[in-house]
Design a protein around this ligand. Sequence first.
Ligand code: ADP
Ligand code: MG
Length: 240
Amino acid sequence: MINVENLHKSFGDNEVLKGISNHIDEQEVVVVIGPSGSGKSTFLRCLNGLETATSGTIEIAGMALTDPKTNLHKLQQNVGMVFQQFNLFKHMTIMDNITIGPRKVLRRSREESEEIARDLLKKVGLYNKEASYPDELSGGQQQRVAIARALAMKPQVMLFDEPTSALDPEMVGEVLQVMKNLAKEGMTMVVVTHEMGFAREVGNRVIFMDDGVIVEEGKPSEIFTSAKEERTKSFLAKIL
Ligand code: ADP
Ligand code: MG
């Protein structure tokens, strides 16, 4: 589902990604961990075309992202992204937040879009919130809306960039639960998170990034109990 070969990304003369290669299968849930500034967000942003690779190739959901002929809008429909700051449209109701993409981009009717949105709101446990505005919801509820909004585009891959880092602790669980259910349904997911419980329970693979490279990767059980690299061990010692 995702194939990355020797991905490099620089901002000016700051090389942030220094040759990332990875293959992610359909239905795989990959958790990316690593210190702040190691390039995790930049990696995810390259995967959905928010950043342009300096060199290397990315294929995702059947599209060659680094081919200049690839339609970025089409790609971004196929690759949903959820951010730390939920980025909902504040002046729109929850219903409009979820239906605007399907209506404007996919050209679906209002009726059809709203039907899909209601199903998704049910799925994320917010069936009665369609007429509310983002400010009327808690952070955890807003993040669940953000997930529903991304799913409304029927993506083949979902990327999550620290989706629970901005939440009060009591709201982390409800968002992780929605992500868990999504994984169970077979969604291909790449998740940057420091929620190690989630990584153990849901992750098929953990990737440890540091300083723009993948230092080590493996099954969660392997990485957490018997990491091979010193850098991985010392990072885990700080967060576990
Ligand atoms: P992480 O998500 O692991 O904390 P990031 O990918 O956000 O790391 O950042 C990695 C490095 O890239 C940092 O040094 C950051 O300052 C730099 N960086 C990220 N985005 C930009 C940008 N748009 N312009 C310039 N530098 C950037
Ligand atoms: Mg980041």
